[in-house]
Design a protein around this ligand. Structure first.
Ligand code: NAD
Ligand code: 4PL
Length: 248
């Protein structure tokens, strides 16, 4: 298939469902060969089977260094290259501050912040070994601007990746790797609809400039742009995609 990402190899983490799945679908439609990665093996395989361009599934817990190393080895063996990393895998908790203990904090930080570090460490090293540039797109959340309740560790972890996005953009520019981020607002995904966050759509819609519920494909469109050569002069930036709920 020819498209703006044709010939590119992309890893999308947490791509078995929700926003990650929509990103995998969109990057593949734009021509990329997508490694559909998730801790959910059956889900990742089912998504990869639907996609064109030789998409393939690799099971990986992003918080486990050995599994992240194995994922990158599998991408090299199967696709022989890597151009794009989308750090999407996250736990999306709903937990009042009074219930937040050290175990919860460490779990959320290990997946949502350290997971992005481990993936970015391995992927950008691989891009540089291949002798070409690349694209990193981090999926954050507009909760880092809004201060949304019942997610304190989550918001802290996303704020950490926001800082990482800015710092790495500077260090990786000389290697023609850009590092950008997207901040979705509340989006209708399997994870959210199965949680108390589903009750927040009415309130969030009152704050949005546009009516309606955010859809995974709306987020994927912004990721596709930042992953493409159209974004080659953009780095260290965070693009808010939330129907205008917050301005920053
Ligand atoms: P979801 O819960 O529906 O899907 C998350 C996926 O990540 C699942 O397939 C899950 O198996 C996978 N995953 C979880 N832990 C993992 C791990 N350790 N290693 C690998 N994969 C793992 O979530 P979603 O709503 O689609 O959210 C996707 C991304 O978008 C997340 O980064 C989330 O923080 C962000 N986001 C979501 C919303 C929203 O309202 N849905 C809003 C803002 C940001
Ligand atoms: C506005 O990232 O961005 C709830 C749950 N509400 O995960 C999010 C808003 C949630 C969000 C998010």
């Amino acid at each position: 298939m020819s498209g703006k990402l044709s010939g590119k190899v992309a890893i999308v983490t947490g791509a078995a469902q929700g926003i990650g799945k929509a990103i995998a679908v969109r990057l593949a439609a734009d021509g990329a060969r997508v490694c559909v990665s998730d801790i959910n093996e059956a889900g990742a395989k089912a998504v990869a089977a639907e996609l064109p361009n030789g998409a393939f599934a690799v099971t990986c817990d992003v918080s486990d260094p050995a599994q992240v190393t194995a994922l990158h080895a599998a991408v090299m063996t199967t696709a022989g290259d890597l151009d794009i990393l989308v750090n999407n895998a996250s736990i999306v908790p709903f937990i009042a501050w009074d219930e937040v203990d050290l175990a919860h904090w460490q779990k959320i930080l290990s997946v949502n912040l350290t997971g992005a570090f481990l993936m970015t460490r391995a992927a950008t090293d691989m891009m540089r070994r291949q002798g070409h540039g690349g694209r990193v797109v981090n999926i954050l959340s507009n909760t880092i601007f809004a201060g949304t309740p019942n997610m304190a560790a989550y918001v802290a972890a996303k704020g950490g990746v926001f800082g990482l996005t800015r710092a790495l953009a500077t260090e990786l520019g000389k290697h023609a790797i850009n590092v950008n981020a997207v901040t979705p607002g509340l989006t209708e995904t399997e994870g959210v609809m199965a949680s108390p966050h589903a009750q927040a759509f009415g309130f969030v819609e009152m704050l949005q400039a546009f009516p309606g519920k955010g859809q995974p494909a709306d987020i994927a469109a912004a990721v596709s742009f930042l992953a493409s050569d159209d974004a080659k002069w953009i780095t260290g930036q965070t693009l808010n995609v939330d129907a205008g709920m917050v301005r920053w």
